[in-house]
Design a binder for this molecule. Sequence first.
Ligand SMILES: [Zn+2]
Length: 274
Amino acid sequence: MPELPEVEVLRRSLERPLIGDRFEAVRVHFPTLREPLCERRLRRLEGRRVVGLRRRAKYLWIDASGGETLVVHLGMSGRLTLVDRVAPLVDHEHLGFELASGRRLRFRDPRRFGVAFVASTAGLDRDRHFRHLGVEPLAPGFDGAHLADLARRRTAPVKSFLMDASVVVGVGNIYASEALYRARIHPRRSVARIARRRFDVLAGAVREVLGEAIEQGGTTLNDFADGEGNSGYFQVSLDVYDREGQACPAGCGASIRRIVTSNRSTYYCPRCQR
Ligand SMILES: [Zn+2]
Protein backbone atom coordinates (compact mmCIF):
# COMPACT_ATOMS: atom_id res chain seq x y z
CA MET A 1 0.00 0.00 0.00
CA PRO A 2 1.46 3.38 -0.94
CA GLU A 3 2.40 5.44 2.11
CA LEU A 4 3.27 9.12 2.39
CA PRO A 5 6.83 8.68 1.06
CA GLU A 6 5.61 6.94 -2.11
CA VAL A 7 3.10 9.71 -2.75
CA GLU A 8 5.75 12.38 -2.16
CA VAL A 9 8.13 10.63 -4.57
CA LEU A 10 5.32 10.36 -7.12
CA ARG A 11 4.65 14.09 -6.72
CA ARG A 12 8.30 14.97 -7.25
CA SER A 13 8.61 12.64 -10.22
CA LEU A 14 5.55 14.01 -12.01
CA GLU A 15 6.26 17.65 -11.25
CA ARG A 16 8.76 18.33 -14.00
CA PRO A 17 7.05 16.36 -16.80
CA LEU A 18 3.55 17.68 -16.02
CA ILE A 19 3.86 21.37 -15.20
CA GLY A 20 3.05 23.45 -18.26
CA ASP A 21 1.31 20.58 -20.07
CA ARG A 22 -2.40 20.88 -20.86
CA PHE A 23 -5.31 18.50 -20.31
CA GLU A 24 -6.95 17.97 -23.71
CA ALA A 25 -9.38 15.14 -23.04
CA VAL A 26 -10.48 13.20 -19.99
CA ARG A 27 -11.60 9.60 -20.54
CA VAL A 28 -13.45 7.69 -17.84
CA HIS A 29 -13.35 3.95 -18.58
CA PHE A 30 -14.53 2.35 -15.34
CA PRO A 31 -16.12 4.79 -12.88
CA THR A 32 -16.27 2.29 -10.01
CA LEU A 33 -13.76 3.34 -7.36
CA ARG A 34 -14.05 3.92 -3.59
CA GLU A 35 -15.92 7.05 -4.63
CA PRO A 36 -17.48 6.75 -8.12
CA LEU A 37 -15.71 8.90 -10.70
CA CYS A 38 -17.71 11.94 -11.78
CA GLU A 39 -17.02 12.33 -15.49
CA ARG A 40 -18.78 15.69 -15.79
CA ARG A 41 -16.66 17.19 -13.02
CA LEU A 42 -13.40 15.58 -14.19
CA ARG A 43 -13.93 16.98 -17.67
CA ARG A 44 -13.74 20.48 -16.25
CA LEU A 45 -9.98 19.97 -16.55
CA GLU A 46 -10.14 19.91 -20.34
CA GLY A 47 -8.29 22.86 -21.83
CA ARG A 48 -6.55 23.74 -18.55
CA ARG A 49 -2.81 23.79 -17.93
CA VAL A 50 -1.05 22.07 -15.05
CA VAL A 51 0.35 24.79 -12.82
CA GLY A 52 1.56 22.87 -9.77
CA LEU A 53 1.72 19.58 -7.89
CA ARG A 54 1.23 19.41 -4.14
CA ARG A 55 0.66 16.68 -1.59
CA ARG A 56 -1.65 16.65 1.43
CA ALA A 57 -1.33 13.53 3.61
CA LYS A 58 -1.52 10.71 1.03
CA TYR A 59 -3.43 12.75 -1.53
CA LEU A 60 -1.79 14.21 -4.62
CA TRP A 61 -3.08 17.64 -5.65
CA ILE A 62 -2.54 18.52 -9.31
CA ASP A 63 -3.41 22.20 -9.62
CA ALA A 64 -4.73 23.35 -12.97
CA SER A 65 -5.15 26.85 -14.37
CA GLY A 66 -8.42 28.59 -13.61
CA GLY A 67 -8.59 27.44 -9.99
CA GLU A 68 -9.43 23.74 -10.38
CA THR A 69 -7.45 20.91 -8.76
CA LEU A 70 -7.32 17.24 -9.65
CA VAL A 71 -7.13 15.23 -6.42
CA VAL A 72 -5.85 11.65 -6.54
CA HIS A 73 -5.52 9.06 -3.78
CA LEU A 74 -3.88 5.76 -4.71
CA GLY A 75 -5.84 3.66 -2.22
CA MET A 76 -4.33 0.19 -1.86
CA SER A 77 -3.09 -0.46 -5.36
CA GLY A 78 -3.49 2.69 -7.48
CA ARG A 79 -0.82 3.73 -9.97
CA LEU A 80 -0.54 7.03 -11.76
CA THR A 81 1.83 6.89 -14.71
CA LEU A 82 2.67 8.79 -17.88
CA VAL A 83 2.36 6.80 -21.08
CA ASP A 84 2.10 7.60 -24.77
CA ARG A 85 -1.26 9.13 -25.59
CA VAL A 86 -2.15 6.30 -27.97
CA ALA A 87 -0.83 3.49 -25.74
CA PRO A 88 -3.43 0.70 -25.57
CA LEU A 89 -5.76 0.58 -22.60
CA VAL A 90 -4.60 -1.80 -19.89
CA ASP A 91 -6.62 -3.81 -17.38
CA HIS A 92 -8.03 -1.71 -14.55
CA GLU A 93 -7.28 1.58 -16.31
CA HIS A 94 -10.13 3.54 -14.79
CA LEU A 95 -9.20 6.94 -16.02
CA GLY A 96 -6.94 8.61 -18.58
CA PHE A 97 -5.99 12.25 -19.10
CA GLU A 98 -4.85 12.97 -22.65
CA LEU A 99 -2.26 15.72 -22.65
CA ALA A 100 -1.28 18.30 -25.26
CA SER A 101 2.29 16.92 -25.19
CA GLY A 102 1.12 13.66 -26.76
CA ARG A 103 1.16 11.70 -23.53
CA ARG A 104 -1.54 10.29 -21.31
CA LEU A 105 -1.70 10.35 -17.53
CA ARG A 106 -3.04 6.90 -16.74
CA PHE A 107 -4.78 5.93 -13.50
CA ARG A 108 -4.91 2.19 -12.88
CA ASP A 109 -6.35 0.65 -9.76
CA PRO A 110 -6.98 -3.11 -9.66
CA ARG A 111 -8.37 -3.09 -6.12
CA ARG A 112 -10.45 0.06 -6.66
CA PHE A 113 -9.77 1.74 -3.30
CA GLY A 114 -8.43 4.82 -5.05
CA VAL A 115 -10.06 8.21 -5.39
CA ALA A 116 -9.94 10.83 -8.16
CA PHE A 117 -11.99 14.00 -8.30
CA VAL A 118 -11.82 17.65 -9.29
CA ALA A 119 -12.46 20.40 -6.76
CA SER A 120 -11.98 24.13 -6.55
CA THR A 121 -8.40 24.91 -5.53
CA ALA A 122 -9.49 27.66 -3.14
CA GLY A 123 -11.85 25.34 -1.26
CA LEU A 124 -9.54 22.34 -0.77
CA ASP A 125 -8.77 22.96 2.90
CA ARG A 126 -12.48 22.97 3.69
CA ASP A 127 -13.19 19.87 1.57
CA ARG A 128 -14.51 16.90 3.57
CA HIS A 129 -11.46 14.84 2.59
CA PHE A 130 -9.04 17.33 4.15
CA ARG A 131 -10.66 19.56 6.77
CA HIS A 132 -10.09 17.15 9.67
CA LEU A 133 -6.43 16.54 8.90
CA GLY A 134 -3.64 17.49 11.29
CA VAL A 135 -0.20 18.84 10.45
CA GLU A 136 2.13 17.49 7.80
CA PRO A 137 5.04 15.55 9.37
CA LEU A 138 7.60 17.24 7.11
CA ALA A 139 6.26 20.78 7.65
CA PRO A 140 7.75 23.20 10.21
CA GLY A 141 4.68 22.95 12.48
CA PHE A 142 5.47 19.35 13.38
CA ASP A 143 7.78 19.14 16.39
CA GLY A 144 7.98 18.00 19.99
CA ALA A 145 5.99 21.00 21.22
CA HIS A 146 3.13 20.10 18.87
CA LEU A 147 3.08 16.48 20.06
CA ALA A 148 3.35 17.42 23.74
CA ASP A 149 0.54 19.92 23.34
CA LEU A 150 -1.84 17.40 21.76
CA ALA A 151 -0.84 14.71 24.28
CA ARG A 152 -2.13 16.82 27.15
CA ARG A 153 -5.24 15.27 28.70
CA ARG A 154 -4.87 12.18 26.53
CA THR A 155 -3.89 8.72 27.66
CA ALA A 156 -3.74 6.82 24.34
CA PRO A 157 -0.81 4.49 23.63
CA VAL A 158 1.80 6.48 21.75
CA LYS A 159 1.61 4.32 18.64
CA SER A 160 -2.09 4.98 18.05
CA PHE A 161 -1.50 8.65 18.90
CA LEU A 162 1.13 8.86 16.14
CA MET A 163 -1.19 7.18 13.65
CA ASP A 164 -4.08 9.55 14.46
CA ALA A 165 -4.52 11.81 11.41
CA SER A 166 -5.75 14.68 13.58
CA VAL A 167 -2.37 14.65 15.38
CA VAL A 168 -0.13 14.25 12.32
CA VAL A 169 -0.94 12.89 8.87
CA GLY A 170 0.71 10.13 6.90
CA VAL A 171 2.43 8.17 9.67
CA GLY A 172 1.32 4.67 8.71
CA ASN A 173 1.80 1.43 10.57
CA ILE A 174 5.30 0.70 9.29
CA TYR A 175 6.72 4.16 9.91
CA ALA A 176 5.13 4.42 13.36
CA SER A 177 6.94 1.23 14.46
CA GLU A 178 10.22 2.43 12.97
CA ALA A 179 10.04 5.93 14.47
CA LEU A 180 9.22 4.59 17.95
CA TYR A 181 12.16 2.21 17.75
CA ARG A 182 14.52 5.05 16.83
CA ALA A 183 13.11 7.21 19.62
CA ARG A 184 13.46 4.26 22.06
CA ILE A 185 9.83 4.63 23.16
CA HIS A 186 7.67 1.57 23.86
CA PRO A 187 4.69 1.56 21.44
CA ARG A 188 2.22 0.88 24.26
CA ARG A 189 3.44 3.68 26.52
CA SER A 190 0.67 6.15 27.34
CA VAL A 191 1.27 9.63 25.92
CA ALA A 192 0.47 10.95 29.41
CA ARG A 193 3.70 9.36 30.60
CA ILE A 194 6.11 10.71 28.00
CA ALA A 195 8.43 13.54 29.01
CA ARG A 196 8.56 16.65 26.86
CA ARG A 197 12.15 16.05 25.65
CA ARG A 198 11.18 12.56 24.46
CA PHE A 199 8.51 14.14 22.24
CA ASP A 200 11.29 16.19 20.61
CA VAL A 201 13.20 12.99 19.92
CA LEU A 202 10.06 11.29 18.59
CA ALA A 203 9.18 14.14 16.21
CA GLY A 204 12.76 14.04 14.92
CA ALA A 205 12.56 10.27 14.43
CA VAL A 206 9.31 10.55 12.44
CA ARG A 207 10.83 13.16 10.12
CA GLU A 208 13.96 11.06 9.77
CA VAL A 209 12.29 7.77 8.77
CA LEU A 210 9.94 9.49 6.32
CA GLY A 211 12.77 11.59 4.90
CA GLU A 212 14.98 8.53 4.37
CA ALA A 213 12.17 6.65 2.65
CA ILE A 214 11.61 9.58 0.27
CA GLU A 215 15.35 9.73 -0.37
CA GLN A 216 15.52 6.03 -1.26
CA GLY A 217 12.41 6.29 -3.41
CA GLY A 218 14.01 9.09 -5.40
CA THR A 219 15.95 6.49 -7.36
CA THR A 220 12.72 5.51 -9.12
CA LEU A 221 12.27 8.99 -10.62
CA ASN A 222 13.35 8.05 -14.13
CA ASP A 223 10.68 5.38 -14.47
CA PHE A 224 8.02 8.05 -14.34
CA ALA A 225 9.87 10.61 -16.40
CA ASP A 226 10.60 8.31 -19.33
CA GLY A 227 7.01 7.18 -19.61
CA GLU A 228 7.71 3.54 -18.86
CA GLY A 229 5.56 3.69 -15.79
CA ASN A 230 7.14 0.60 -14.29
CA SER A 231 8.11 2.04 -10.97
CA GLY A 232 6.74 0.07 -8.04
CA TYR A 233 6.39 0.99 -4.42
CA PHE A 234 9.79 0.92 -2.86
CA GLN A 235 11.07 -1.00 0.08
CA VAL A 236 12.85 1.00 2.72
CA SER A 237 15.43 -0.51 5.03
CA LEU A 238 13.54 -1.27 8.19
CA ASP A 239 15.01 -1.88 11.65
CA VAL A 240 12.09 -3.62 13.34
CA TYR A 241 9.07 -3.87 11.04
CA ASP A 242 8.39 -7.47 9.96
CA ARG A 243 11.49 -8.66 11.86
CA GLU A 244 9.92 -10.62 14.68
CA GLY A 245 12.44 -12.93 16.36
CA GLN A 246 15.47 -11.30 14.74
CA ALA A 247 18.21 -9.71 16.82
CA CYS A 248 17.71 -6.04 17.68
CA PRO A 249 19.90 -4.08 15.24
CA ALA A 250 21.18 -1.94 18.12
CA GLY A 251 22.99 -5.04 19.40
CA CYS A 252 21.31 -5.01 22.81
CA GLY A 253 20.98 -8.82 22.73
CA ALA A 254 17.16 -8.90 22.72
CA SER A 255 14.96 -10.11 19.85
CA ILE A 256 12.36 -8.02 18.07
CA ARG A 257 8.84 -8.71 19.30
CA ARG A 258 5.49 -8.36 17.60
CA ILE A 259 2.18 -7.42 19.20
CA VAL A 260 -1.15 -7.32 17.36
CA THR A 261 -3.80 -4.70 18.13
CA SER A 262 -6.96 -4.36 16.01
CA ASN A 263 -5.42 -6.48 13.25
CA ARG A 264 -2.29 -4.36 12.97
CA SER A 265 1.15 -5.60 13.87
CA THR A 266 3.52 -3.53 15.95
CA TYR A 267 7.20 -4.45 16.15
CA TYR A 268 9.55 -3.27 18.88
CA CYS A 269 12.59 -4.13 20.94
CA PRO A 270 11.56 -5.01 24.52
CA ARG A 271 14.95 -3.95 25.86
CA CYS A 272 15.66 -0.71 24.00
CA GLN A 273 12.14 0.71 24.05
CA ARG A 274 10.68 1.92 27.33
ZN1 LIG B 1 17.27 -3.52 21.42
